[in-house]
Every structure is written in structure tokens, then in C-alpha cells.
Design a protein around this ligand. Sequence first.
Ligand code: NAD
Length: 358
Amino acid sequence: TVVGVPRESAAGERRVALVPKVVERLKVRGLDVVVEPGAGSAALIPDDSYVRAGATLGDPWSADVVVKVAKPSRDEIARLKSGAVLIGFLAPLTDAEGVRALADAGVTGFAMEAVPRISRAQSMDALSSQANVSGYRAAMLAAEHLTRFFPMLTTAAGTVPPAKVLVLGAGVAGLQALATARRLGAHTTGYDVRPEVAEQVRSVGSQWLDLGIEAAGSGGYARALTDAERAEQQRQLEQAIGGFDAVITTALVPGRTAPTLVTAEAVKGMRPGSVVVDLAGESGGNCELSEPGAVIVVHDVTIAAPLNLPATMPEHASELYARNVQALLELLVDADGALAMDFGDEVVAGACVTREEP
Ligand code: NAD
């Protein structure tokens, strides 16, 4: 089986789907890897390190299995051979047309975001691996934009209290943001609508903000709030947010527009120089004032809604993603490296979004 690794074409995408270390492991599993020249250059991985790992340089699109980070463009879909397998973030819940185009092209597509979040599939959980990068970067951005110190300082010139950081939505990204902000010396508080998260927030040394609203959905995700719950949540958060120097938001509900947690009124109540870092920009944002992709200042509060933070740390983000792809690939091939997809397997079936009927 030949695995193709294209150069990512989406604007600003610096990650690459496989790194040399993983190429070595796939070779051992009997797979051949063809890397497009320059595929790793934005992630600072030169072509010759892929070659040293056993890959060949060439056209990745004629491979049996093409592995990508971002979903393919229409031109790229046209270059896939009929019957090929494609693995990547294929946005199955938000890009139905793209998925249909794959089906029309006779491609069997596996979406990394559709891998079931069960223990056995943890090594393939690319949403988590990339959310860790986003959460870390969000805390760094908050520290950078805040006009005040994160840590407590005790100096001859006086004492500065630690910054207070609130993280709204304490899933994988939120917990990493809490842990990172704490390592930078901030006083941290986490909030979520899934009650089981309270213990996880405390385990990273943060306080838990309890608003008395519980909204656990299926598969470990949150459900959307009712109108009444949303109004109550916004009202309580408007009161709480004024007490924090930095608010980092990560709240998402699969396949939906992100919930508004930080209203314009709440921003108005923040101390000048404070910061909102909104990680939900790609889904519309958790802050009413966010402009996805931009950093703006409103009422002397900096509001940053960065897009695709994992691409800002392309080496580690690619390394983690490549390990996730490797784990999925290993599930799709037999001991000799030949494709042997068992659609009776919960993980294979769950991740599969289009399937070429033999
Ligand atoms: P996510 O990115 O979908 O959402 C981020 C967080 O926002 C979630 O914690 C969610 O509860 C929260 N949220 C949604 N609406 C909200 C609202 N209105 N107010 C406040 N918070 C809101 O979530 P995620 O980080 O991808 O993962 C969520 C959970 O999935 C994990 O915490 C875990 O339980 C589960 N998970 C399981 C595995 C596994 O077993 N392999 C791996 C990763 C995650």
C-alpha cells in the first residue's frame, strides 16, 4: 500500500500530515510513503529528512491512501484516484458538500474528527492532540495581550497580585489553557456545563465556577442550552467576568454555532487592559464582539479570536497529528501492510464518512 503526503494548500496551514519519525514506523508496517516535495517545509521539515526516513519524493495524489491535515479542495479531490482512501480533518458535520464530492469521486473518506472518543481510539484522537496546542497557545496569547503581570511579584518596589484567569469551556483545550496559565503564575478558574469537568478543573490546580446549569450531551460532549438556560448563563457570567483579568473561551457544541458566553455587556464590565481570547472563532465565537481571525480593542479590552492556532506551532502539532494518523492507518491495514478495512469495527465505521462500494 502506498501512502501519499501532499503539501497542504489551505491559507496559513503550516502543518503536515506525516513526519519522518512516523514514516519510519509505517515502513516497518509494510507501507510505502510518497511525499510531495516541500510538504514539510512550512513545518520546518526538509524533504531529505523524509527521504532518510525511507519515503520517496513524488506525486502523492496517485497513492492508495492520501493523508492530509485540512480538508481537500475541489481540485485536490479531482486528483485522487477512484477507490482511493483519504484521511484528514474532513469537517463532516459542517461541510456536507465536500463530503458529497468525495463520495462522487469514489473516495473512501475517514474524518479524524469523527473517530469515536473511546479509550481504544485515544491514540487516534486528533481533536484532543490539536486542542492541547490551541489551549497552550491561548494562555500564552492572554499573557501577551494583558497589560498586567500573570504571576504574583514580590519586589522591593511593592507587591503585584497574580492575574485572575477564567476559562469558559474546560474540555481538552480549556484544561490545557488552565494548566498553562497556572504555570505562568496566574490564579485560575474553570467553568463548564458538564458537571464531571469540575474534578478535572480542580486536578489542574484551578477553582471551579458553579453556575448551577448542567448540559451534558452524548459522547462526552455538551448539548446546546435552552433559551432560558442561555439567558441565565449569560446573566450570571456578566456578573462573574468583571472580576477577571483574562477570559479564555473554548466552548463548542458539535456541528453548531458556538454559544455566546461573553456578551458585549460583560466586556464593558471588565477592567481596562483586560483580555478575552476566544478559541471558538472558527464556529462563530463565544464572545459577542469577537471578529474571527482578528485582534480588536473594545472598551479598552483586547479581544483576540485567533483561527487555527495549531498551525502556529507546526512542528509539534504535526508530530502529534502524525501519530494520530499512524494509529488510524495501522487499524486499516493487515500484518503485511495491505488495506484490510473492517467496517464492523466501531472505530473504523465511526471515522468513515464516505465509502466506495466494491
Ligand atoms: P469541545 O471542544 O467540543 O467543547 C469544549 C468544551 O466546551 C466542552 O468541555 C463542553 O462541555 C464545553 N461547552 C459547550 N457548551 C458550553 C456552554 N454553553 N457553556 C460552557 N461550556 C460549554 O470538547 P472537547 O474538549 O473536544 O471534549 C469534550 C469531552 O470529550 C472531554 O472532556 C471528554 O469527556 C471527552 N473526550 C473523550 C476522549 C476519549 O475518551 N478518547 C478524548 C477526548 C475527549
